[in-house]
Design a protein around this ligand. Structure first.
Ligand code: AMP
Ligand code: ZN
Length: 118
């Protein structure tokens, strides 16, 4: 359970937070977990999530928590040595292709990224 108490028993990423299912965790603190994406789209592809169950950034009410989430993403980029640059992606809702409805920041790097995205 997250410090603030919200956890969804059926949510995949809440299960990872609770260690009910395994993940390749790269860093963790009281509020956030970062783990490797199971279907990496770049040499380095890490997901950063709050432990609190929030469905997407539109439903996140806490600006400080969102700011920290992006700081964590930058810490991950540093620890992954993505000195040449990296991409952060936050898919939000069905049209964006969000498949796991627990807010997460993709941190991707280690190759040249293309634009526009698909
Ligand atoms: P999104 O499409 O933005 O919702 O991203 C969800 C991401 O979660 C995808 O990139 C999946 O590859 C990734 N994913 C799904 N299941 C797992 C898992 N068990 N461990 C790590 N990453 C996962
Ligand atoms: Zn969740």
């Amino acid at each position: 359970m997250s410090p603030s108490g919200t956890s969804d028993p059926n949510c995949l990423f809440c299960k990872i937070t609770r260690k009910d299912i395994p993940a390749n965790i790269v860093s963790e603190d009281d509020e956030f977990v970062a783990f490797r994406d199971i279907n990496a789209q770049a040499p380095s592809h890490v997901l950063v999530i709050p432990k609190e169950h929030i469905r997407n950034i539109s439903e996140a009410g806490d600006a400080e928590q969102l700011g920290k989430l992006f700081q964590k993403a930058c810490q991950v980029a540093r620890s992954e040595k993505l000195d040449g640059g990296f991409r952060v992606v936050v898919n939000t809702g069905d049209d964006a292709g969000q498949t796991v409805h627990h807010v997460h920041v993709h941190v991707m790097g280690g190759r040249r990224m293309n634009w526009p995205p698909g």
